[in-house]
Design a protein around this ligand. Sequence first.
Ligand code: ADP
Ligand code: ADP
Length: 239
Amino acid sequence: TTLLQFKKVSKQYGSSTVALSDVNFSVNEGELVSIIGPSGAGKSTLLRCINRLIDATSGEIIFDGMDVLSIGRRNLKKLRTKIGMIFQNYNLVERLSVFENVLHGRLGYKTALVGALGFYHEEEKARALEILKSLGLEEQIYKRCDQLSGGQKQRVGIARALVQEPRVLLADEPIASLDPSSSKVIMDHLKNICETFGITVLVNLHQLDVALNYSDRIIGISSGRVVFDGMPSALTHDA
Ligand code: ADP
Ligand code: ADP
């Protein structure tokens, strides 16, 4: 079944920069889709239109039956809880612990400060712990994030996204700041999350080899336009 659909989506910044131009594609539930293209192609803009961190200029985005571009404030919150996101630069609260960052994902920043004083529900803590363990972070739980390696920080980012029990995980260049071995760990986790929990994954990458290895499908974009949409095998067999 279709989880996400872009119909003639365009995004213009200011009066001259066209970041997305007439973008059409759809994503099925449980797919791992890589979005590839050079820097400036529009990949980050595309992902951010899905959870409305950015507002598309025109077109239609349907996510899980919701008309993303026309929903109001209250439903925007509901939309965002279904969408987890991770970033190239992690976007963690560096001076808080791993555990606090992960709980902050579900409860919001203010609540994280309250939670630091010990007011989380036991079931929320148990769930966060379980997710952190599954990502190999059991020994880092009480460390501050500024003491972690890049690969560990990105795993905290994944954990923070997963505690909210999202339908989809958006990953914006999640391995662009990591060395090859940490990159493999992160991509293996994304694949595993997709296969084990059926969470749909959309991942921006600029390395074609990684996309070929891990994706069910690849969407290529260049200058804001979709220039390829197909299985990895279509790219390898054509060459
Ligand atoms: P990518 O993720 O593929 O590197 P982006 O979506 O970040 O591409 O950027 C697409 C285009 O939009 C680029 O030309 C970029 O300079 C421009 N752009 C991105 N964000 C903004 C912004 N906030 N204001 C103006 N232009 C932007
Ligand atoms: P970057 O620094 O990578 O350009 P931004 O600062 O533009 O990223 O936006 C990312 C910030 O938005 C993060 O701090 C993140 O916590 C926050 N954010 C807002 N909505 C969401 C969401 N639905 N999922 C994840 N993060 C979100």
